[in-house]
Structure formats: C-alpha cells, structure tokens
Design a protein around this ligand. Structure first.
Ligand code: DQA
Length: 147
C-alpha cells in the first residue's frame, strides 16, 4: 500500500477559528478526516501532519523522499502556508528528493494580496491547486491516486 503525505505549515493548526471568511469553519481535524476518507477510497495510507516550523517541514519532505526511494510514496500534498511565499529551503528539499508534490492552498491566493502571488514551491510542484476550500485536499489526493 502506497502512502500519501499531507503536510501543513504555519498557522494551519488554527483552521476553524482563523479568518473563517477566508479559510472556512472546518478544523484541521476535519481536514484530516476528509483526507483519511479520500485515501481509504483509493487504498492509500495517510501521513497527516502540521508544523509551524520550517525546518520540521523540510525534515518531513526528506522523510517522504525516503519513502519515495523505497517505491512506497503515492505523493505529497503540501500546504506550506506563508512559507510558500518565503522558503527557498522548501523548494530545495522538494527538488532534492524528486518526490511528486501537489502545492495546495485553501484560498485563491491570486485573488488576495500581491505578496501571495509568488510561490517558491510551484517550480518544483507537479500541480498547484488553490481556491477549492478545504475540499481541495481530497481533490488533490484524488489527483495523486490517478497519477
Ligand atoms: C494558504 C495561503 C497562504 O498565503 C497563507 O499564508 C496561509 C494559507 C492557504 O491555504 O490559502 O497560511 O496557504
């Protein structure tokens, strides 16, 4: 059984109470349940994690890379939060591991402030999804399952 890593960056632990007009009312625990259901539909295992720390996210991408090297990775769904717009370290980690990664944003970042329009991650992502709300996570897993 292959594994999907769903990695969440800073402030996503606040989902449900954080700017609900932008991110909706579902909690991160709700999102984990949606991802678990999507993985179960496709016969995939799930690693679902959140950290507010950039280096921890880098370590988890390396871990997913080791899973990839063993032939056991279906792919990674990464919502890097604000690190999307700042982190060359995450870009280098993705490039260095050769993993299949979907960059995900709950909100439509292109309809928001201009500093959110640039992503360091997109250049290394297989696909980029934004604006579907938290349902985007399940859609991203559906996409990985078909790759
Ligand atoms: C986000 C968009 C980012 O710009 C923001 O910093 C986040 C969440 C999203 O899911 O829409 O923390 O990645």
């Amino acid at each position: 059984m292959k594994t999907v890593y769903v990695l969440n960056g800073p402030n996503l632990n606040l989902l449900g109470t954080r700017e609900p007009a932008v991110y909706g009312v579902h909690t991160l625990a709700d999102v984990e349940q949606m991802c678990a259901a999507a993985c179960a539909r496709h016969g995939l295992a799930l690693q679902f994690r959140q950290s507010n720390h950039e280096g921890v996210l880098v370590d988890w991408i390396h871990e997913a890379g080791q899973c990839h090297a063993r032939g056991e990775l279906a792919g990674v769904v990464l919502n890097a939060g604000a690190y999307t717009h700042t982190s060359v370290a995450l870009l280098d980690a993705i490039k260095g591991t050769g993993i299949t990664l979907i960059e995900l944003h709950i909100s439509n970042v292109f309809a928001r402030e201009s500093f959110r329009h640039h992503s360091w991650i997109s250049a290394a992502a297989r696909a980029v999804m934004c604006g579907f709300g938290v349902q985007g996570y399940a859609l991203a897993i559906d996409g990985l399952a078909q790759m």
